[in-house]
Design a protein. Structure first.
Length: 203
């Protein structure tokens, strides 16, 4: 070792300085070469506030088909408030919309997305946004009105105007077929009666 030190001509102070410089260089490399953990942090859950009201809601929907359909609905309706798509944990074809004050959420089940064509998806989401455009989801309306079959028919009609009667009727027919899987006979009958009325109203 003595020969090694003499050959390099490096003193103990020199070695300490070299170690310090190497450590500083390594730290600088780590700072700039390794991405910050914050850069990979998950974005804020846009459906968190909605989930506080409805425990059936899951994460924000990122499926491109849903987002494209929702964009098409917003464009054709001229609707400007912020809308977020949230997954609804239900084993049925279903969609819903609610007013959260600062924004709205549209809830969709995975089954609706998987069993709908793009045209049907636009019609189904159009029906939900139509409720908002028609004033069915404002806080004041919710306090003074009960949701009725007529409001559903009005939303169907507006979505059909945007995306065509055939697509809206196809959605309703799939909902009617799906309603036959409801566990309670009374719920099945009521749902089928209402959906029949909605399909007839589109004629």
């Amino acid at each position: 070792m003595a020969y090694h030190h003499a050959t390099l001509g490096e003193s103990q102070d020199g070695k300490r300085m070299r170690r310090m410089l190497c450590s500083a260089a390594a730290a600088a490399f780590a700072l700039f070469a390794v991405p910050s953990v914050c850069a990979y942090a998950a974005p804020a859950d846009a459906c968190q506030e909605a989930r506080a009201r409805d425990k059936r809601l899951g994460a924000e929907v990122t499926d491109p088909r849903v987002l494209e359909a929702l964009t098409a609905v917003v464009d054709v309706s001229g609707f400007r408030p912020h809308v977020v798509a949230c997954e609804v944990s239900m084993p049925y074809l279903s969609a819903t919309v609610e007013n959260l004050g600062s924004y709205y959420y549209v809830g969709v089940t995975r089954m609706l997305v998987e069993r709908s064509t793009d045209a049907e998806l636009r019609a189904a989401l159009g029906h939900e946004i139509a409720h908002i455009v028609l004033g069915h989801r404002t806080p004041r309306f919710e306090l003074t009105h009960n949701r009725t079959a007529q409001y559903e028919q009005d939303a169907d009609a507006l979505s059909a105007r945007w995306f065509g009667k055939a697509a809206m009727r196809s959605v309703l027919e799939k909902l009617r077929a799906d309603a036959r899987r409801l566990p309670k006979a009374s719920h099945r009958r009521q749902a089928i009666i209402e959906l029949n009325a909605r399909i007839n109203a589109l004629q």
